[in-house]
Ligand binder design. Structure first.
Ligand SMILES: Nc1ncnc2c1ncn2[C@@H]1O[C@H](COP(=O)(O)OP(=O)(O)OP(=O)(O)O)[C@@H](O)[C@H]1O
Length: 332
């Protein structure tokens, strides 16, 4: 059974008095034990999907979906309270800017202790609970590579470097022993060493604890080092999804191919100092969304049929939405 199953999820938001589809029939399936990358350029809707999963969208926005389930339970028909409890129990989110998600007035130790309410603590006598919590907190910090636990637990968020804070956020995420960790661009702006450490850490958590991870990022190199599956978004539409290895080898959607081609590390055939290819123009704003396939105005393969939204096509576990996919001519 899949952990998360989202089918045809549409989100309409009110932009200066006009309702626009910020997410248009999004599909996303995350299976147990999987690292699933969600990729797309800035403004493609990655963070909106994260907010939709954890139920943090403003009430006035309009949501429709054919299906949105968590371990088989329908999230859309649940009461707000039931959904919040379920999410708190099963999902942890690591945000881009750790400092924004921490309480600036509370030492990190106290913030981590609040989350340590698991079975191990319930089993000890109440006068031993604080001691037990501290022990677990220290274990967690060591697990994520924070050696100076004393300093970390006693400090306030602004006293700690961003890289260490991001590791601390991973420790917070692990404290509640979630089934799914959503990591929203956790390595954004980090230098190479810290980035490698964070990626190794997430990968280890996935291997040792079998925790699933939704890894949201622009960074294809980071994605390729840890992810098993990849979903590509463009301007609020899912354009392609499948096993990462297969997508890298043979992408069907022109946007996926353009993304892959824009990363130098993905182009082994590239002679030194040669120019990277990229799509013309930029992603449209919500006020100027094209009809049909939203890539249309930027797509080198667009024809008049592209004003109609393409249906999802499937080749084994690989799904894509394009009227004129790559490698298509070869089949004619
Ligand atoms: N609260 C909001 N009100 C109006 N528009 C919004 C709001 N939040 C997001 N948007 C719009 O929705 C679209 C998708 O935004 P989102 O933040 O999900 O993109 P993203 O892919 O996460 O980008 P980034 O990689 O830069 O974080 C953008 O056009 C953005 O301007």
């Amino acid at each position: 059974m899949s952990l998360l199953d989202i089918k045809n999820f549409t989100l309409e938001i009110d932009v200066s008095g006009e309702w626009v589809k910020a997410l248009d029939k999004i599909n996303l399936v995350i299976n147990e034990g999987q690292i699933h990358a969600l990729v797309g350029e800035s403004g493609s809707g990655k963070s909106l999907i994260v907010r939709a999963i954890v139920g943090a969208l403003p009430k006035r926005w309009k949501v429709t979906a054919d299906r949105m389930t968590w371990r088989g339970q329908d999230l859309l028909s649940m009461t707000v309270k039931a959904r919040r409890n379920l999410i708190r129990q099963d999902i942890s989110v690591i945000f881009q800017n750790p400092i924004d998600s921490l309480d600036p007035l509370l030492p990190l130790g106290a913030q981590l202790h609040e989350l340590l309410i698991n079975k191990k603590i319930k089993q000890v006598w109440f006068w031993n609970k604080n001691k037990q919590k501290r022990k677990l907190a220290i274990e967690l910090l060591h697990k994520v590579g924070i050696k100076n636990h004393k300093l970390c637990l006693a400090s306030y968020p602004h006293q700690i470097s961003t890289d260490v804070l991001q590791k601390f956020m991973i420790a917070m995420a692990l404290a509640s022993e979630p089934r799914l960790i959503i990591a929203d661009d956790p390595t954004k702006g980090m230098e190479v060493n810290s980035k490698t450490q964070i990626l190794k850490l997430l990968s280890r958590v996935n291997q040792v604890r079998k925790t699933s991870i939704l890894f949201v990022s622009h960074d294809l190199l980071a994605i390729s080092s840890i992810a098993h599956y990849m979903t590509v978004l463009y301007c609020g539409q899912t354009v392609e999804t499948g096993e990462l290895k297969k997508l890298r080898k043979r992408a069907f959607h022109p946007y996926t191919q353009a993304l892959l081609d824009s990363a130098p590390s993905f182009r082994k055939d590239l002679p030194p100092k040669s120019k990277l290819t990229s799509l013309a123009r930029t992603i449209p704003t919500l006020h100027h969304l094209p009809i049909g396939c939203r890539l249309g105005p930027r797509c080198p393969r667009a024809r008049k049929d592209c004003v109609i939204t393409p249906a999802v096509r499937r080749v084994h576990t690989h799904h894509y939405s394009c009227h004129f996919p790559l490698h298509w001519e070869a089949k004619q």
